[in-house]
Design a binder for this molecule. Structure first.
Ligand code: SF4
Ligand SMILES: [Zn+2]
Length: 122
């Protein structure tokens, strides 16, 4: 056990929308019984990329005693098949273009680098 940063999910706020599952490259988050859960703390590297994705503000990060992060085990996780990782404007997937997470009107979505300039410049 070591003291390090790790993700915490507030089940009262979580709607089970699933938007945080694919952004976790380590495969640490799954939807179980309608709520997002960190399935194994050794898969969570504590970087918190999922925090900005959650439209409900249900994800935070805390420092506490837990198991060490297992990078090999995380790399071996099968990538989840998530329909949410698509550019909301053109529908491109992350295999085709670079995608960035953005927020608008209290929602979380993805935009590709080709469509992003039109959001910036109108
Ligand atoms: S993005 Fe937020 S509300 Fe949606 S499943 Fe993940 S923790 Fe729950
Ligand atoms: Zn696009």
């Amino acid at each position: 056990m070591i003291k390090r940063m790790i993700v915490v999910i507030d089940e009262d706020k979580c709607t089970g929308c699933g938007k945080c599952v694919s952004p976790c490259a380590e495969g640490a988050i799954r939807i179980i019984d309608g709520k997002a859960k960190v399935v194994s703390e050794e898969l969570c590297d504590g970087m918190g990329f999922c925090i900005g994705i959650c439209p409900e503000g249900a994800i935070s990060i805390e420092e506490r005693q837990t198991v060490t992060f297992d990078a090999e085990k995380a790399a071996a996780q099968a990538p989840p098949n998530d329909v949410y990782i698509q550019c909301f404007k053109c529908g491109s997937e992350d295999e085709d273009r670079y995608l960035l997470p953005i927020r608008h009107n209290r929602d979380s979505m993805w935009v590709c680098t080709q469509c992003l300039p039109s959001l910036i410049h109108g």
